[in-house]
Design a binder for this molecule. Structure first.
Ligand code: ACO
Length: 280
């Protein structure tokens, strides 16, 4: 049973109104949460509020959620940041990213803190207690690509296109995407993809390891459902421990990783033995 958020001190999930203002949809059904990027009239472009609300969702998800699926409404994942965020007016009363710097009301430290706040919307998707899936149709540009990179699995329709557009706009990718990109494709290919800002199609994404699976457009929902069912069939505690172990592997020496495997396995075997004793 999920704990009542009020008892655990955890936030309540965003209201429907808050989600709509952030351009998001959310359903939670038992162990599966589904987040939809939902601003179709702007090609699912996202704003600062989208990412602070995503962070809020991460903090407020019930304990029994194990899988998070992120998709875009309609035939596109996301056109990335709403480019109006860079205009002095911003978007719908949301602060402009540049206005404060231009008029002197914000300094570099303020902007650093703001970007850090936005990054929280992406970081929680790495949590070991969740398996996160990006279901990608059409373009995933800039921040959209980085959102997909924040997920554990990327299931792509064959019309999917990734593009790291930021350098072409005079920016750097700063929404947590550079590390997973380099981890997956290596610094050489990541440099080429980012500095040309070219589009990477679904087939190439599969060859590069950026796509877990590529299917026909009409098969995307079914492929995601199959992945969700397979993930839910795995022992939940073992899944958490294994994801945590895999996440350390890149930074650990072999010796450190072997020690981490032993610690995790001792924990697992102890729990399994206790369960056997309790059931005897
Ligand atoms: N921000 C704000 N509005 C957008 C964005 C965006 N990122 N992307 C699309 N829109 C708007 C368009 O301005 C247009 O509005 P209008 O109907 O009022 O004219 C509407 O969405 C439809 O856009 P089209 O370009 O007509 O749609 P199309 O399907 O032809 O192309 C595509 C889609 C490829 C996504 C294209 O819109 C595009 O390249 N968008 C910009 C992508 C971009 O540069 N994103 C920022 C990357 S950097 C980052 O994310 C940090």
């Amino acid at each position: 049973m999920a704990q009542d958020p009020r008892e655990s001190g955890r936030q309540e999930l965003p209201t429907g109104e808050e989600l709509a203002r952030a351009g998001l949809g959310l359903t939670v059904d038992g162990a599966v949460a589904r987040v939809t990027i939902s601003r179709p009239e702007r090609r699912n472009a996202m704003t600062g509020r989208t990412w602070t609300t995503l962070a809020h969702i991460g903090q407020a998800l019930p304990d029994d959620v194990r899988i998070v699926v992120i998709a875009g409404e309609g035939d596109i994942f996301s056109a990335g940041i709403d480019l109006n965020m860079f205009t002095p007016e911003g978007v719908d009363g949301e602060r402009s990213i540049v206005a404060g710097l231009a008029d002197g009301s914000a300094d570099e430290a303020d902007l650093d803190a703001y970007i850090s706040e936005l990054q929280q919307g992406f970081l929680w998707l790495r949590r070991p207690d969740l398996v996160t899936i990006a279901a990608v149709r059409g373009h995933a540009i800039g921040a959209g690509f980085q959102l997909a990179l924040s997920c554990d699995l990327r299931i792509l329709a064959d019309d999917a296109r990734f593009c790291m557009k930021e350098p072409a706009l005079g920016l750097v990718p700063d929404l947590t995407g550079t590390k997973p990109l380099v981890d997956i494709v290596g610094v050489h290919r990541a440099t080429e993809i980012c500095l040309t800002a070219r589009k990477v199609g679904a087939e190439e994404a599969r060859e590069l390891g950026l796509a877990t699976l590529v299917v026909g457009v009409d098969e995307l929902d079914g492929a995601v459902d199959d992945a969700v069912a397979a993930l839910l069939a795995t022992n939940p505690e073992a899944a958490v421990a294994t994801k945590a172990l895999l996440q350390q592997a890149g930074d650990n020496t072999l010796e450190e990783q072997c020690a981490a495997e032993r610690r995790a396995q001792v924990g697992r075997l102890t729990a399994l033995a206790r369960a056997m004793t309790a059931g005897a």
